[in-house]
Write a protein that binds this ligand. Structure first.
Ligand SMILES: [Zn+2]
Length: 214
């Protein structure tokens, strides 16, 4: 399961030789700066920052009010000069940009599909995608259907006799027109066609309309 919550990422540290106010030994005090980071399996966004001074001998955290001045000065210098990296959030930024892009392009596509289905023209070519289960995996097969007749709310299509996987779609397009289309005409209502348009809500549908060319 993905880890969800705030983790502390150490982004800077330094040591000073000084007397620990807790164990009274002359030792090394470690000064560390942490950036709180909200993660859901991957870093999503930064939260608050935290500083800590610890004794490397007794391992205790030294309260700032008790810390030696030299350690406080070093801490202030670290805070002023070191900045936590923002690169760890790259994946999140990328995901956000992708989601915005997908939703914009889906909206634009849906506009086009709706327009073409509502106002069909003879010769419009619909690219269809059918998911088929093979022996070991599921595979998408692409084919085409061409608007042949329009009867009120129903659109009659001639279906292409060929289908191909994604990389071989062009081979279908290059087939001669007179041997590409079936003679039989299949009717769909405009409402049916709109339900077949590929969208985020019907990803699991076996048959979808992937594109319309005019
Ligand atoms: Zn100590």
């Amino acid at each position: 399961m993905a880890r969800i919550g705030i983790i502390q990422v150490k982004y800077a540290s330094d040591t000073v030789a000084d007397k620990c106010p807790l164990c009274n030994k002359l030792t090394e005090l470690e000064i560390a700066l942490y950036q709180g980071t909200f993660v859901i399996g991957f870093p999503l966004f930064p939260t608050s920052k935290k500083s800590e001074i610890t004794c490397t001998t007794c391992k205790n955290s030294i309260p700032f009010r008790n810390a030696p001045n030299f350690a406080i000065d070093k801490h202030d210098t670290l805070v002023a000069t070191k900045k936590p990296s923002i690169w760890i959030y790259t994946f999140s930024y990328f995901m956000v940009v992708m989601m915005i892009w997908v939703s914009i392009s889906t909206t634009l596509d849906n506009g086009k599909f709706k327009k073409y289905i509502d106002d069909p023209k003879i010769g419009d070519i619909y690219e269809t995608k059918t998911e088929k289960s093979g022996l070991f995996s599921k595979k998408d097969y692409y084919s085409y259907m061409k608007v042949d007749t329009i009867v009120g709310d129903r659109i009659g299509f001639k279906k292409c006799l060929y289908e191909a996987t994604v990389g071989k779609r062009d081979e279908i397009k290059r087939k001669p027109e007179d041997e590409k289309w079936s003679e039989e005409i299949v009717y769909y209502t405009k409402e049916e066609l709109k339900q077949y348009v590929a969208s985020m809500s019907n990803l699991d549908q076996k048959f979808v309309i992937d594109d319309i060319e005019r």
